[in-house]
Write a protein that binds this ligand. Structure first.
Ligand SMILES: NC(=O)c1ccc[n+]([C@@H]2O[C@H](COP(=O)([O-])OP(=O)(O)OC[C@H]3O[C@@H](n4cnc5c(N)ncnc54)[C@H](OP(=O)(O)O)[C@@H]3O)[C@@H](O)[C@H]2O)c1
Length: 318
C-alpha cells in the first residue's frame, strides 16, 4: 500500500511517499481503507523534533521508519474477531492511538474499534477526518473537563483555527455565550460560526473586554497569555490550556480566584468520538476546511499548518 514515511526528524523533505505492507489487524481492531486524513500542528511537531516524537508518537525500541498522523476517515474493510460494533463497508472516523502511534498517513490503517465512530450520513469523509483530534480536544476540554453549561460565558482563543472553530460551535450547542479571539481576517468566519462577540487580538487586549468568563479555552503557547487568561475568568471559573503549561505563577493566580486550572492532552476515546458524531448528525457541529491536498502533496499540508494561521482545518485526500 501507499504510505508517507519518515526516517529522520527534520524538514518536510523527510516525508517520503513509499510502498509498505498493509497492516495486519488484531482482535479488537478494524482495517480502514482511508479516504481522508486531517493534519494538526502536532503532526508537524513530531516530524520536526525528536523530543516531540518521543512524547507524542512513543516509538518502539529500534523502530527507525515511522508513519505519523492520527486523524482518519474511511471505510471498514476487515473486522477483528472481537469487534461487534462495525461491519464491513461502514464509513467510520476517529483519532487513532493518540498519544501513541496512529500510522494514519497510509492507504490502510489498523484502528482500535473502541476509538472509532460511525461517520454521520450527512458528513463527508473529509469533514469527518477533520473532526477527529481537533474536535475531540474541544469536547474533552470544554465538556469533559470544564463542564460547560447553558448560560456560561466562554472565551475561546484561536477561535478561527482547527480546535477553536469546534470549541465555538460546541459551546453554542450547550447554550453558552461565546467570545472568540483571532486576527483581523478571522472576524467574519468566527462570527459566522456563532460566536456572540469577536476580539481582534492584533488591536485589542482581550482582558480589557472580558473580566467575567466562566471558562477560558487557551490554545496559545505563550505563558504570559495564559496568565492573562486567568485574569479574564471570574471567581470560581475554569481555564483550560491545551498549549502553555501552568507554572507556579499561574497556579497562585488561579488559587487566589478559586479558578480551576486544567491542562489537557487529548486522548483517543470512542465514546467522545461518538458525541462529536452525534453533534455533526444533528447539524450542530460542522467542519470548515480551508485547504485540501492530494496524498502526494502531504508535505505541503505540513508547510501550511506550520504557518500557525490556519482557518478551520486542513485535510489530505487519498
Ligand atoms: N493539548 C492538546 O491535546 C492539543 C490538542 C490540539 C491542539 N493543541 C495545540 O493547540 C494549538 C492550536 O491547535 P489548532 O489545531 O487549533 O491550530 P491551528 O489550526 O493552527 O489554529 C491556531 C489558530 O490560532 C490563531 N492565533 C494565533 N495566535 C493567536 C493569538 N495570540 N490569539 C488568538 N488567536 C491566535 C491562528 O490564526 P490568527 O492568528 O489568524 O487568528 C489560528 O487560526 C497548537 O499549538 C496545537 O499544537 C494541543
Amino acid at each position: 500500500m501507499k504510505a508517507i514515511t519518515l526516517k529522520e526528524n527534520g524538514g518536510v523533505e523527510n516525508l517520503r511517499l513509499a510502498e509498505v505492507d498493509k497492516p495486519a489487524i488484531s482482535a479488537g481492531e478494524v482495517l480502514v481503507r482511508v479516504k481522508a486524513i486531517s493534519i494538526n500542528p502536532v503532526d508537524a511537531g513530531v516530524r520536526r523534533d525528536k523530543a516531540t516524537m518521543q512524547r507524542m508518537l512513543r516509538p518502539k525500541d529500534g523502530e527507525d521508519t515511522f508513519i505519523i498522523g492520527w486523524d482518519i476517515a474511511g471505510v471498514v474493510e476487515e473486522i477483528g474477531s472481537d469487534v461487534k460494533e462495525f461491519r464491513r463497508g461502514d464509513g467510520v472516523f476517529g483519532m487513532v492511538n493518540f498519544p501513541g502511534s496512529g500510522r494514519a498517513y497510509a492507504e490502510y490503517v489498523a484502528a482500535p474499534a473502541d476509538q472509532m465512530a460511525l461517520k454521520p450520513k450527512n458528513t463527508s469523509f473529509e469533514d469527518a477526518a477533520a473532526a477527529a483530534l481537533a474536535a475531540l480536544t474541544a469536547w474533552q476540554g470544554l465538556v469533559t473537563n470544564a463542564k460547560v453549561k447553558k448560560g456560561d460565558k466562554v472565551l475561546v482563543h484561536g477561535a478561527g483555527g482547527g480546535v477553536g472553530h469546534y470549541v465555538v460551535q460546541i459551546a453554542k450547542s450547550f447554550g453558552a455565550y461565546v467570545v472568540g479571539t483571532g486576527s483581523t481576517s478571522k472576524r467574519d468566519f468566527i462570527l459566522k460560526l456563532g460566536a456572540d462577540e469577536f476580539i481582534d487580538y492584533t488591536s485589542e487586549r482581550f482582558e480589557d473586554k472580558v473580566k467575567d468568563a466562566d471558562i477560558v479555552f487557551d490554545s496559545i503557547s505563550d505563558p504570559d497569555h495564559l496568565l492573562r487568561s486567568i485574569g479574564a475568568v471570574k471567581k470560581g471559573g475554569r481555564v483550560v490550556s491545551i498549549k502553555a503549561n501552568f507554572g507556579d505563577e499561574h497556579l497562585e493566580a488561579a488559587k487566589a480566584k478559586d479558578v480551576q486550572a486544567i491542562r489537557l492532552l487529548v486522548k483517543s476515546n470512542g465514546e467522545d468520538m461518538k458525541q462529536v458524531a452525534r453533534l455533526m448528525a444533528e447539524g450542530k457541529l460542522q467542519s470548515h476546511i480551508s485547504a485540501k491536498y492530494k496524498f502526494e502533496d502531504l508535505p505541503k499540508a505540513h508547510q501550511h499548518i506550520e504557518t500557525g494561521k490556519t482557518t478551520g482545518k486542513i485535510v489530505v485526500v487519498i
